[in-house]
Ligand binder design. Sequence first.
Ligand code: SF4
Length: 239
Amino acid sequence: MARKTGKKAAAQGSRTPKGYRPSAAELADAPRRARRILAVLKKTHPDATIALRFRDPLELLVATILSAQCTDVRVNLVTRQLFAKYRRAADYAAVDVRELEADIKSTGFFRHKAKNIQSACRDIDRKFAGRVPDTMEELTTLAGVGRKTANVILGNAYGVPGVVTDTHVIRLSRLMALSAHADPVKLEHDLMELIPPKDWTQFSHLMIFHGRRICQARQPACPDCPVRPHCGYGRQAGT
Ligand code: SF4
């Protein structure tokens, strides 16, 4: 789809979303609109999938920890060499943490990330016999793993659906008037009520793709957005 950009899009009414709050009436209508939004997003982004490269749950765990405050492109560059060097949780557990820091330095916040990766891998090695656990309860006992990271691993490495409350998912869900919550856990539960369980993981990918391609934080392209007829903010933008 051709997109209008620059002055034309701005003139057609993507006024700043800052401060937008879904109304009670919009939230009451969310179940009906959520089904339509899901259908439109599937049609608009048929290629939506996880951007991080991985071959097994351990690689996805490490890549997801590295992706905090870092682009997926940068993480994929770093993990290409990292995954050739470290094959098992025991490898990360045994290395001098300063060596691991140097290996992941370009992803930023490398000391904190190295500490979490090593701590998580020590627990995986000792408590879970070297295998990344496959339940929310066990995953969230690992260093650096909250519900968001756990849902990434469950949904993409184990086929257990989960809503990933990525920054795009939170921002777009509020703009689309699917939830009024900024708290990731509350918002996750709102979306779990609105989206069929089988679509939870894919819905997260779709929202991330939509946030990157069309509904960008600086300038949502509402005039060109196929979701607009079903979007709380989009329906009022430019009116
Ligand atoms: S989803 Fe589409 S219509 Fe809604 S705010 Fe984003 S760009 Fe605008």
